[in-house]
Design a protein around this ligand. Structure first.
Ligand code: ZN
Length: 167
């Protein structure tokens, strides 16, 4: 079977299968170490691993399910600075059963249609989809807000400079 590039560099593909319900792609984190966000020190994560089934963007109109091997231990204490931090994935939110890009895709679909319609068509429970939709919507609103704040701050600085020169 042909191998499909996943486009998620944080994972390496262990195994791919085409099953009755879609593609099953078994993946593992490429990086086996967790980096401390406080000091950048790497902590090896050879702990007990669990597999989570996470839905991703369709390939050739077939649903895709990633079987992600992740570390069961969610919290680490850094050996270097002894701060506590949690293990994280770039492309999947903690406890989420959908990849971030799949959530974004669902959001776009809902924007062009209704939550009900998308829920039916893509076989995603209505309440789950609703939760995803509002999560992405509020994230986008926050991003817009930050962008607005940044540009108004720039303007303020600019005005101050102008005033400075006119005096
Ligand atoms: Zn640290």
């Amino acid at each position: 079977m042909l191998s499909i590039p996943l486009g998620l560099p944080e994972f390496k593909v262990i195994k791919q299968e085409l099953l009755s319900y879609g593609y099953a792609i078994h993946v593992e984190k490429t990086e086996t170490q967790e980096r401390c966000p406080h000091c950048g020190f790497s902590t090896s994560s050879v702990h007990d691993r669990r597999t989570r089934k996470v839905r991703d963007l369709a390939i050739f109109h077939q649903p895709v399910y990633l079987f992600v091997k992740f570390v069961k231990v969610k919290r680490y204490r850094c050996w270097n600075c002894s701060q506590v931090f949690s293990a994280s994935l770039e492309s999947i939110q903690p406890n989420q059963h959908y990849t971030n890009r799949f959530c974004e895709y669902l959001y776009e679909l809902c924007e062009g249609s209704t939550i009900q319609e998308v829920s039916r068509k893509h076989r995603i429970p209505y309440t789950t989809l609703e939760r995803i939709y509002y999560f992405i919507a509020s994230k986008k609103a926050k991003e817009r807000q930050t962008a607005i704040e940044a540009s108004s701050q720039e303007e303020m600085v600019l005005n101050r400079c102008k005033k400075g020169t006119s005096v």
